[in-house]
Design a protein around this ligand. Structure first.
Ligand code: SF4
Length: 154
């Protein structure tokens, strides 16, 4: 395997605080598993995002905390603390690029998420890319397939 190379980014700091988000992060901190997701804008990312939501709000609601990727990546507040302090963290990635994992590893050194490549868990026409190229019902069905498969591993 080639040596890992890094790219340096500068994230503009903000003093804005969402109190609802901070309260949520505190409430979720006692849950045993944190779930993050790439939140990508293509259909693979959309399926992953929906899968993470179904997993955390329905299939494994009691044991999973749904991480806000943007909040964790851009601010050192409650969401990043959720990732940093997680005993177990699962990354549902839309595809092999693994954006959520690489992003959060950049701000939480030593993070070792269990990575799930969502688009390997369902069948679809791989010539499709945009969210508008797949019917809503198929996006939801694939998201539920992924969430079910991840739930079975928890
Ligand atoms: S992991 Fe794939 S689908 Fe998700 S944001 Fe990255 S490139 Fe997009």
């Amino acid at each position: 395997m080639n040596a890992v190379e890094y790219e340096t980014v500068q994230i503009e700091k903000t003093d804005k605080v969402c109190l609802l988000c901070e309260d949520y992060a505190k409430r979720q901190a006692s849950k045993p598993i944190v779930v993050m997701c790439c939140e990508g804008g293509c259909l693979m990312g959309e399926v992953a995002r929906r899968a993470a939501n179904v997993l955390c709000s329905e299939f494994a609601r009691e044991k999973t905390a749904r991480l806000c990727l943007g909040g964790a990546f851009t601010k050192d507040t409650g969401q990043r603390a959720l990732a940093r302090n997680a005993n177990r963290i699962v990354a549902i990635e839309g595809c092999f690029i693994e954006c959520a994992t690489r992003m959060v590893k950049g701000v939480v050194p030593g993070l070792r998420p269990e990575v799930v490549i969502a688009d390997r868990l369902y069948d679809f026409d791989r010539n499709l890319f945009g969210i508008d190229e797949m019917p809503e019902s198929r996006l939801n069905a694939h998201a539920r397939e992924v969430a079910k498969a991840v739930a079975a591993r928890l």
